[in-house]
Ligand binder design. Structure first.
Ligand SMILES: Cc1cc2nc3c(=O)[nH]c(=O)nc-3n(C[C@H](O)[C@H](O)[C@H](O)COP(=O)(O)OP(=O)(O)OC[C@H]3O[C@@H](n4cnc5c(N)ncnc54)[C@H](O)[C@@H]3O)c2cc1C
Length: 303
């Protein structure tokens, strides 16, 4: 029986781990990766103390900070069930089973899918949800970027420098990215932007070779070697049972990061907290760890 199991090692989970380790709590961190969405961000200019840092560099700094403590980090492990049973929290993963008096859910958000034929088949064979990680693979090719918000246009600005041609497809009737980003894309000769364009299917052989799109009701085909899907994200909260979630699946927390279930706390992007930002997630992670510590101090048996 551990004091605490933390699910997720993004900014929220890493900060919670550091605070819990400094309180000498017996903890395990279960996470698919270390860094979370920070890895996906190209340029970060709003994390206090750094005027500019890349997402990869910041996640490396987070990892180094985490490694200063002797924390049992189960990297690559995925939680499949977290549930309070009697006076303990049960955590099941793809590899292990843990019991703890408290848990902090810091599992963040996962990219939304298009749900069209070919998407799953060509995932990682030309279809990607992370322009920062995979964009360079498509240098010298024609690519399609799906989406019309800031993430999509971050991808456009990155890809227009290295791809031959960039097609941007947005399902609604307007793009919603920051005007300054859209202006840069509009000025570029190798970018073509389409609204009211609905992806119908992704095609290819071993790798992606093209995309079928319905534009203003007309079927069109584009030969592309890469497809970058940037249509937002959903909270990674499905595996958590019993806790109250809002209509979008975010875990509802109070100002101490407590959920409605005693002993289960949540922090960062997976919650209904206002503003999904690194600095906010770190702050929430700190609060969750301190709240879990206080909970244990007042209820030594976790009841
Ligand atoms: C492209 C992009 C650019 C961004 N740019 C900025 C920026 O410039 N400035 C800024 O402040 N914010 C930025 N953000 C937002 C910021 O990255 C997030 O707000 C922040 O990372 C949230 O931290 P988190 O720890 O709550 O969740 P996440 O970073 O999502 O981390 C969640 C962690 O949980 C793990 N996980 C998920 N499910 C499970 C499971 N079932 N079992 C085990 N582990 C699991 C994941 O692997 C990950 O390690 C950006 C986001 C994106 C996508």
């Amino acid at each position: 029986m551990h004091d605490l199991v933390i699910i997720g090692a993004g900014p929220a989970g890493i900060t919670a781990s550091i605070y819990a380790a400094r309180k000498k709590m017996d903890l395990v961190v279960v996470s698919e990766n270390v860094g979370g969405q920070t890895i996906l961000s190209s340029d970060i200019e709003n994390y206090t103390g750094y005027q500019f840092i890349t997402g990869i560099e910041l996640s490396q700094k987070f990892r180094e900070h985490l490694e200063q403590f002797e924390i049992n980090v189960k990297e690559g492990e995925v939680a499949t069930r977290v549930e309070r049973v009697d006076d303990r929290i049960e955590i099941e993963t793809n590899a292990n089973r843990y019991e703890a008096r408290t848990a902090i859910i810091a599992s963040g958000r996962i990219p939304r899918k298009l749900n069209v034929p070919g998407e799953e088949e060509f995932r990682n064979r030309g279809v990607t949800y992370c322009a920062t990680c995979d964009g360079p693979v498509f240098a010298g090719k024609d690519v399609a970027i799906i989406g019309g918000g800031n993430s999509a246009f971050e991808a456009v600005l990155q890809m227009m420098k290295i791809a031959t041609h960039v097609y941007v497809f947005e399902a609604t009737d307007r793009f919603r990215a920051d005007p300054v980003m859209m202006e840069k894309a509009e000025k570029s000769e190798n970018v073509s932007m389409f609204t009211k364009s609905k992806v119908v299917r992704i095609v290819g052989d071993r790798l992606v070779s093209g995309i079928d799109v319905e534009i203003n009701g007309e079927d069109k085909h584009f030969d592309v070697g890469g497809i970058l899907i940037e249509i937002g994200s959903s909270p990674a909260s499905e595996f958590v049972r019993g806790v109250t979630k809002n209509e979008t699946g975010e875990i509802v927390v109070d100002c101490r990061c407590a959920t409605n279930i005693p002993g289960i706390f949540a922090a960062g992007d997976v919650t209904d907290v206002y503003a999904k930002q690194i600095v906010v997630a770190c702050g929430e992670g700190a609060k969750a760890a301190l709240a879990a510590f206080e909970y244990l101090s007042t209820r030594p048996q976790g009841k």
